[in-house]
Design a binder for this molecule. Structure first.
Ligand SMILES: NC(=O)c1ccc[n+]([C@@H]2O[C@H](COP(=O)([O-])OP(=O)(O)OC[C@H]3O[C@@H](n4cnc5c(N)ncnc54)[C@H](OP(=O)(O)O)[C@@H]3O)[C@@H](O)[C@H]2O)c1
Length: 332
């Protein structure tokens, strides 16, 4: 099979596209004929060797996939050949990645693809969707009617947070960097979309959230959280969600944090159990079928261009070039 893989960690140039042996599914595994995969920032950190995770070379890159079941192992009960499936959480903790024509994936990490969704969309919403769901519901305990602020509302994770929060009955204020992206974010359902460059940004958030007593959930997608301003905009008993910025060491105003009964919630999606992730997938599929969840795809490329896709992801997540809106999808 053709695959995008690395033989050593390094820059995007270490990604090779070529032939590797077809995987043989184990008893609990499903052999998926991959239709589409999506790039996530963590793929680039693993390829670059900047986060500690065991990698067996040749290592196939990628966490997300969507495709069609080719065959199943003897213990598989939920899928059969011909079923359409999507999933994430591959390429981690010693598991091979997904950027290949075939992938052998444990059935616990796979979900049925709603017939309304193409493989491209299901792959685009996989890791980002599960992340958004875990953060909003398992970790931050979102309740109907609450105000959610999303810093970066058209990014991979941010665009999922906006849509899921709306689907759950929240009011959403989000930020984006250009007029075009702000219009896009409004079309995702955000009640108010602000320019993160604006010098009056905090006044505008305050004005929106004031009748509520402040922001209930602050979802920070940025790698440098700004606690001094964030904490002042929160409602009592609000929750601040952190999920990026391993090296960040920001200042933290302890007094205003604890006297307002605030909570700081950090999480990484790959720590969630298969059952927890499947619960997310059930809502995600329901919202995909009802049209409340439409993953945002910014760029579609052939799998052979995996190295360019990693460069584009890094240009945006690390260099903040703003040249991407949503996910990069690759097709086989
Ligand atoms: N903990 C976890 O489980 C988990 C899971 C997934 C991702 N992550 C991490 O979460 C981060 C975001 O991932 P992603 O896939 O959503 O990345 P992404 O698609 O590259 O999105 C980046 C977002 O940042 C926004 N942005 C850039 N500069 C900004 C600024 N100054 N103020 C506010 N927003 C700004 C961008 O907005 P514009 O496009 O409008 O400029 C865009 O919405 C990454 O660091 C990733 O590693 C963590």
């Amino acid at each position: 099979m053709k695959a995008a893989y690395i033989a050593e960690t390094g820059s995007p140039d270490v990604i090779r596209y070529g032939d590797l042996p077809d995987p043989q599914p184990g008893a609990s595994q499903v052999l998926v004929k991959v239709g589409a995969v999506a790039v996530n920032p963590i793929d680039t950190y693993l390829r670059g060797g900047i986060i500690p995770m065991p990698l067996e070379f040749p290592y196939i890159v990628g966490c997300d996939l969507a495709g069609t079941v080719e065959s199943v192992g003897s213990d598989v009960t939920r899928f059969r050949p011909g079923d359409r499936v999507w999933g994430s959480n591959q390429g981690l903790f010693g598991r091979p990645g997904t950027f290949a024509e075939l992938a052998a994936v444990d059935e616990q990490w796979l979900y049925a693809t709603p017939h309304e969704q193409k493989d491209e969309q299901a792959a685009a919403g996989a890791l980002t969707g599960i992340t958004a769901h875990l953060g909003l519901f398992l970790h931050a305990g979102l309740k109907k009617g609450e105000i959610v602020f999303v810093n970066g509302g058209t990014g991979g994770v941010g665009s999922a947070v906006v849509q899921f929060a709306k689907a759950a009955g929240a009011r959403v204020v989000a930020t984006a960097g250009t007029d075009e992206k702000r219009t896009r974010c409004e079309s995702l359902g955000a009640d108010l979309v602000l320019d993160y460059h604006s010098s009056t940004l905090d006044d505008e958030i305050r004005a929106f959230a004031e009748p509520n007593g402040g922001v209930d959930i602050w979802w920070e997608t940025q790698r440098e959280p700004t606690f001094d301003r964030t904490i002042g905009l929160m409602k009592q008993r609000g929750r601040i969600v952190l999920m990026a910025g391993r090296d960040a060491r920001p200042e933290f105003p302890v007094g205003p944090f604890y006297v307002n009964d605030l909570k700081l919630v950090g999480f990484a999606m790959f720590n969630a159990s298969p059952d927890e992730q499947r619960q997310c997938a059930e809502d995600i599929n329901r919202w995909a079928s009802s049209g409340e969840w439409v993953p945002v795809i910014g760029q579609t490329l052939p799998l052979s261009e995996a190295a360019s896709a990693h460069r584009l992801q890094e240009d945006n997540t690390l260099q903040k070039q703003g040249t991407l809106t949503g996910k990069i999808v690759l097709t086989t």
